[in-house]
Design a protein around this ligand. Structure first.
Ligand code: P6P
Length: 333
């Protein structure tokens, strides 16, 4: 039984033995993410006060304006994991290519690679709306001690050993899974400590919240249009409530607690949708399934998709199982 008020550090140690690859390396990796989250949180929480909001004047490989906090968060997570010599490779939304860590050091016996979206929803920063960090962890597939290759990153979501997010909202939470359910930890900013506030998080099997950018309605495939009309029509438990924050982590987090579905479909404007498979959809899909929810591209399980390139985009539907299955029915038409 999870005991509330347990700290994240105590939880990691207590559950390390439950994880079959008990080398302590994964625990150290989660701890490094915890530290980086606290550092980023400190800046996000005072973004309005220092000259760190607003665009950095650069664009990333996605062609999106990089917000200064994007760049800052990217540096903090990469530096923290690199300095602690815990991983052999890192891929990030903000980096064109993957980063081989200590690849010249044949003593580098690290076996994990991490893929991150360091600050998802960053366009919300300047308007004081919550943003998040998303991370996905795999064991490398190439020989330990050799430099990582792209194959170490282009793995199916079903191969993840851990995944999670940090939501910098009204409170800052770290929510993650190692394949044994989903647990949420809330930061006590006065102490700088994360406490187990949401043990064994689960999506309600059904819900009445749908999260989609309806501004794209005219560009959606007919099946998506029909599902949105279904959500809005009179019926058992309907019309649903529309809630869309423009921050995947926040919409997903609310829907996991209250029940709901988030979807970013393909459209005539974005033929493959907008969200990236490797460091947004796969980690959120792992969390969704570990929380008894579901995640698909509208037709197939997200975690079965064979990645083809680092920044690949796919359509994304995730949340309460019954709601995702209903959306898939409409997508079949
Ligand atoms: P749109 C943020 O950029 C993000 O990746 C998700 O966090 C969010 O749900 C979505 O894109 C918002 O995109 O096109 O609706 O503004």
């Amino acid at each position: 039984m999870a005991n509330k008020n347990q700290t994240l550090g105590e939880f990691i140690i207590e559950n390390q033995s439950a994880f079959k690859y008990t080398s302590g390396e994964l625990s150290r990796l989660i701890n490094s993410i915890r530290l980086a989250a606290k550092v980023v949180n400190h800046e996000v929480n005072k973004a309005g006060l220092v000259d760190i909001t607003g665009a950095a004047g650069e664009t990333n490989i996605q062609g999106e304006d990089q917000q200064k906090l994007d760049v800052y968060a990217n540096d903090v997570f990469i530096q923290t994991m690199t300095k602690r010599n815990i991983v052999c490779g890192i891929a990030s939304e903000e980096e064109d290519d993957f980063i081989a860590v200590n690849s010249q050091d044949e003593n580098n016996q690290n076996k994990y690679v991490v893929l991150i979206d360091p600050l998802d929803g960053s366009s919300n920063i300047d308007v004081n709306v919550s943003v998040g960090t998303i991370f996905s962890i795999y064991r490398r597939v190439t020989p330990v001690g050799s430099p990582v290759t792209i194959e170490d990153f282009l793995q199916k979501g079903s191969e993840q050993v851990a995944a999670g997010y940090v939501v910098y909202g009204t409170s800052t939470m770290l929510v993650y899974t190692t394949g044994h359910g989903v647990n949420g930890f809330t930061l006590n900013p006065a102490l700088g400590t994360f406490y187990l506030s949401h043990p064994n998080m689960e999506f309600p099997e059904d819900g009445n919240i749908y999260s989609v950018n309806e501004g794209n309605y005219t560009h959606f495939p007919q099946g998506v249009k029909n599902y949105i009309k279904y959500c809005q029509a009179e019926g058992e438990g309907r019309p649903y409530t529309s809630r869309y924050i423009g921050s995947l982590v926040s919409d997903f987090h609310r829907n996991m607690i209250k029940g709901g579905i988030y979807f970013y479909p393909k459209s005539s404007k974005n033929e493959a949708g907008k969200l990236r498979l490797l460091y947004e959809c796969n980690p959120m899909a792992f969390l969704a399934e570990q929380a008894n929810g579901k995640a698909s591209d509208g037709h197939m399980r997200i975690m079965n998709i064979d990645p083809k390139e680092l920044h690949q985009r796919i359509p994304f539907f995730a949340g309460s199982t019954k709601m995702v299955e209903k959306a898939e029915e409409f997508m079949k038409e």
